[in-house]
Design a protein around this ligand. Structure first.
Ligand code: SF4
Ligand code: SF4
Length: 413
């Protein structure tokens, strides 16, 4: 598409990136076919092609309105459109730039500002978030239904983490909400990797990956969190840690972008690039691990919900399913597995109506093969789907961890 950025837009630090994305779109509209919000709303401006057009107009100097902001707010950042686009348009890069641009110019109503600043004040802080989760569980019967569904149905304790005993070491990002909502996930990952002679280590100074702030248009705060994590991980990487493991695909997708997002930072560009290159979703370790002839012979019927951040952002669709099947689990067929569940970071709170429709549609598809458990790879999706109170939803690594433990028990008996 021909573009002619306005004088104001040309001053943006990422103007060249915006221009490149806009020029790569040929306006064919193939992407609309797989866009969840376009499917629900049927409005061209709630699909990727329309949003690209709105951002083009905005960056070329057209008046900016609250309506444009609403269409951009409704986007899930699921990146399904990127998987579909035949021209390789990096939609999410343009969306980040466009959302930041509009945020500076269109004031939000008070309620929205309070909700957004409240979320940013709580979500990225693991200690505060965990304390509020515990308080919420005690007070659950007295909370409104909209908050009850955000709390874990069953708080599974973490269990024992193995001692750090192997020469092969990998860092793990503990995450911000996961330790409070599903403390067993990272502990299970540590136990499974311990069986593969890999010790998981943490960097205590590392914290939230920065995605929450960044995607709520506090982009500089999000990047500061990225810089802090890079500083926290660097000594361990210099000491030989092989990788930085993410058990939440949302965090992994963002950390893999540190290199691109900090490419113009003279102090962090090189380190950020290295951190991104060394970042792995947990499944990538198991994909390449020697699982031998181990067959867990499990009779549990599973359905896998592949998070958008795993399949569309990290391009790892099919990876978890392949590992589970290699280990002997049976997986049900899930129709329209490319679609978003409506969790999308804080979307379930900022766009509750759309989010709930997407969740119900996804659960109908996931349950169509009558699984006993749904497994997924991102804490946001896990809590969002589980909150419906239907089929239980867990992280896939917990299922492997439990099967390994019972396999070991049986072989010692
Ligand atoms: S983003 Fe890709 S699929 Fe969508 S209109 Fe542009 S070129 Fe076509
Ligand atoms: S990121 Fe998802 S919701 Fe947003 S335009 Fe692309 S497909 Fe649609």
């Amino acid at each position: 598409m021909q573009t002619n950025l306005s004088k104001q837009a040309r001053q943006l630090p990422r103007a060249a990136e915006a221009e490149k994305v806009l020029r790569s779109c040929v306006h064919c509209g193939f992407c609309n076919a797989t866009c969840p919000t376009y499917q629900l709303l049927g409005d061209e401006l709630d699909g990727p092609r329309g949003r690209i057009y709105l951002m083009k107009e905005m960056l070329e100097g057209a008046p900016i309105t609250a309506a444009t902001q609403t269409h951009l707010d409704r986007c899930l950042s699921c990146r399904n459109c990127e998987s579909t686009c035949p021209s390789g348009v990096e939609y999410h890069t343009l969306l980040d730039i466009g959302r930041d641009f509009i945020e500076q110019q269109v004031p939000r109503p008070l309620g929205e500002r309070l909700l957004r600043s409240g979320l940013r004040a709580v979500v990225p802080h693991p200690g505060l978030f965990a304390a509020l989760t515990r308080a919420g569980q005690v007070l659950r019967p007295w909370l409104p239904g909209s908050l009850q569904v955000k709390l874990p149905r069953t708080a599974r304790p973490a269990g024992v983490r193995p001692a750090i005993r192997h020469p092969r070491r990998m860092l793990i990002l503990e995450g911000c909400v996961q330790p409070g909502l599903s403390p067993n996930t990272n502990a299970a990952a540590a136990r499974v990797l311990d069986q593969l002679s890999i010790s998981l280590i943490s960097a205590p100074q590392a914290g939230c990956c920065g995605a929450v702030d960044f995607h709520m248009n506090a982009q500089e705060t999000g990047l500061d969190r990225a810089r802090r994590n890079i500083d926290a991980w660097w000594p361990a990487l210099e000491a030989g840690a092989e990788a930085i493991i993410q058990t939440a695909s949302g965090c992994g997708a963002f950390v893999k972008e540190y290199g691109q997002l900090l490419q113009n930072d003279p102090h962090y560009a090189v380190k950020a690039q290295r951190v991104s290159e060394l970042t792995r979703d947990l499944v990538q370790v198991l994909q390449s691990a020697e699982l031998g002839t181990l067959s867990l012979n499990h009779d549990l019927r599973l359905a896998f919900h592949c998070p958008c951040t795993l399949q569309h952002a990290q391009k790892l669709g099919g990876a978890v399913e392949a590992v589970l099947m290699r280990l002997g689990f049976s997986l049900t067929t899930v129709p329209d597995g490319h679609l978003c569940c409506g969790s999308a970071g804080t979307y379930s709170l900022t766009q509750p109506g759309l989010s709930q429709q997407l969740r119900d549609n996804r659960l109908n598809a996931l349950e169509s093969g009558r699984p006993q458990v749904i497994v997924t790879a991102n804490i946001g999706c896990q809590m969002h789907l589980d909150g419906a109170g239907r089929t239980p939803v867990r992280h896939w690594i917990e299922i492997i961890d439990e099967a390994l433990a019972s396999y070991k028990e049986q072989s010692h008996a």
